[in-house]
Write a protein that binds this ligand. Sequence first.
Ligand code: IPM
Ligand code: MG
Length: 361
Amino acid sequence: MKGRIAVGPGDGIGPEVMAEGVKVLKTIEKKFGHQFELTYFDIGGVSIDKFGVTLTEENIKMCGERDCILFGAAGGPKWDIPGTGVSAGSGVLIIRKKFGLYANLRPVIVFPGMEGCSPLKPELVKGVNLIVVRENTGGAYFGQPKKQWVENNERNAVDTMLYSEHEIVRILKVAFELAQSRRKKLASVEKANVTETGKLWRKIATEMSAQYPDVAVEHMYADATTMWLMRQPSSFDVLVMGNLFGDIISDEASTLAGSLGMGPSAQLAGLPKKGEKAFGFYESAHGSAPKHAGKNDVNPIATILSVALMLRYTFGLEKEAKAIEAAVAKSVLTHRTYDVMEPGKTKVGTKEMGDVIVAAL
Ligand code: IPM
Ligand code: MG
């Protein structure tokens, strides 16, 4: 297999975690006889410093000519200057919208032996293995009008939560199909008791469920979902929801695993068909953590697991993806970075954690 990957390490700890992701990818390359050509590009603050924008047209074009994008993290206090309209995080939104990556898959796995890292009681998080499917290119993030204005001497602001039928259908299709390949349970999350988008969402989800008789669908309000995620997290399999709810609930869900440093993500324009390369944008769930930059102490696992998702969804390399996930599962039994450190484990830095995972591979 030959693959071409655009690699954007970004800001803060981005380059450090990316180095470990790439190290794991190179190990897979050797072990399984693949060839990946990497093209590095600037995104976020580094790009603002060099070019004045978070992502240049040239780099967007380059990304579009690759099989997929692997991304570290972007942003930092240096670039969050209110009123300038420039924000390092906006590069992520540009890529989502530009490439139509409407499906954001955010898996949360509590690895055996890591139950004690969770802020919840270990017996509650034992066996948690869920995936949040977040609609990624619509809803309150992109709906128009979206603006601020002054009227009658006061400031006003509006965002629009807009969903068209085709947007709801295609994200639900991804969720139903994922559920079919897993434990066949789907929670469809909205606020059908209050919002019109929620009412339409529930209607469409109910209609579509007839095509997936093997999947047990539960319609849940977003507020109740946040509560059940705390009370019975292991009862969830696949959760699907709109953009804003997905942003919030995926952060909550990732916390179950004990650290944002454990959470990968895949952003896709639908699930790949068999034998087809699906363009995707892969990134960890965490941010650029500027305070930790250059300290070699953060957890590279989110990025390493994102590499596994990339192999699975863009390159169809399931065996290789599983090998990485198994290597991570094995490594955390003995070695930990500070964010998930527990008594009896060997505390290691970013680079060393990468080395342990490579050795397990
Ligand atoms: C995420 C992030 C982004 C979002 C930010 C950085 C724009 O929080 O990927 O969840 O809100 O979607
Ligand atoms: Mg978020």
